[in-house]
Design a protein around this ligand. Structure first.
Ligand code: MRU
Length: 343
């Protein structure tokens, strides 16, 4: 089945990824034919955002199986699984997708295995789109009428199968005429907020105001926002949430100003195997992402840099987690595990 979404186009025998490193200046699609190319695209941030990474890994593994044809087997796919799993460490959706495909292919060989992996990758892609629309409805209902919200990073159609998680809630609230506008933090160092979120929202005609990340406190002090809505890369059993670096700062600020802090993520982002956020592996990326902007130096070439891609927001700072199954208010271990048991 051919599936076209904002950043991922599935053509049945190959994948195309919208190169998010070039947006908004250029719209270039990159073809992917096997697991190595998929892993490279994830590592280099051609594709990014937890659900989109998981979808890409699933297609990458299925394409790799197809290169093996009649001799395809899960044991012959072990290296491909290891390569994909090593591409980025923090977003659990990557590991969730690979484990799901491994279960699907467990007893199969050859063409039957290839076909089953293709069908499962397509199902992961489509289920993610449906999950985002459900999240949009649940999340929009939490917002006061005529709200102005603040968001961080990019959690939209580009970061998912389509519609978005936090940005999906914003889209749904806008469709319901319950949203006044959005402040998007630019999200240094990779600028997902300015390059991707403000682009997506502008394209949809949703009023967006771009701000430097350091503006968030001033906006809250001026009562200009009624909620902060962000995504997540991994949510542990107790409700701690890893997300783009700077999310924790926003949660502390929101608590101080009495503003709801909402985390939106599909159930595939919940990781009940980890008891709390201290166990999450936080990816550290290259120093030049901080020393340069668009290839131009903005710091001394050898200055020491600390560049964690994510931080962890403790559950006690989170007002609600929204998934496709509903809302977890004031999350804790009992509530997260009960939510996972619900169907
Ligand atoms: O480094 P990125 O761009 O992959 O980080 C993305 C985020 O932190 C998103 O907020 C998260 O993956 C949720 S996307 C729906």
């Amino acid at each position: 089945m051919v599936i076209n979404s904002a950043a991922i186009r599935w053509h049945e025998d190959f994948l195309e990824l919208l190169d998010q490193r070039l947006l908004p200046a250029e719209t270039i699609w990159m073809p992917v034919h096997n697991s190595k190319e998929a892993a490279q695209a994830i590592r280099d941030m051609v594709v990014r955002g937890a659900p989109a990474i998981g979808i890409t890994a699933a297609y990458g593994l299925a394409l790799e199986a197809a290169t093996q044809g009649d001799s395809a087997s899960m044991s012959k796919l072990a290296d491909a699984i290891a390569t994909l799993a090593a591409s980025r460490p923090t977003a659990v959706n990557l590991f969730w997708a690979l484990e799901r495909l491994q279960r699907t292919g467990d007893q199969l060989q050859g063409t039957a295995l290839v076909n089953a992996l293709f069908r499962d990758a397509e199902a992961i892609h489509q289920e993610d789109i449906a999950a985002n629309h459900a999240m949009g409805e649940f999340g929009a209902a939490l917002l006061p009428d005529n709200a102005t919200v603040y968001t961080h990073c990019n959690t939209g159609a580009l970061a998912t199968g389509g519609h978005g998680t936090a940005l999906g809630i914003i889209r749904t609230a806008w469709e319901q005429k319950r949203l006044q506008g959005v402040y998007a933090g630019e999200t240094r160092p990779w600028l997902q907020g300015s390059r991707l979120t403000s682009w997506e929202l502008s394209n949809d005609g949703i009023p967006v105001t771009l701000v430097a990340d350091s503006t968030a406190g001033q906006l809250m002090a001026q009562s200009k926002i009624q909620a902060v809505i962000v995504g997540a890369d991994r949510i542990t059993a107790n409700g701690d949430a890893a997300n783009k670096i700077g999310t924790y700062n926003l949660a502390v600020l929101a608590k101080h100003h009495g503003i709801p802090f909402i985390v939106a993520a599909p159930v595939s982002t919940l990781d009940p195997a980890l008891p709390d956020g201290s166990h999450i592996v936080i990816e550290e990326r290259h120093a030049d992402e901080v020393r340069h902007v668009h290839g131009k130096p903005v710091a001394p070439s050898q200055v020491s840099v600390y560049n964690p891609a994510f931080d962890v927001t403790p559950a006690e700072l989170i007002t609600a987690i929204v998934t496709e199954r509903g809302v977890i208010d004031s999350p804790d271990t009992d509530k997260v595990l009960a939510h996972l048991r619900e169907q």
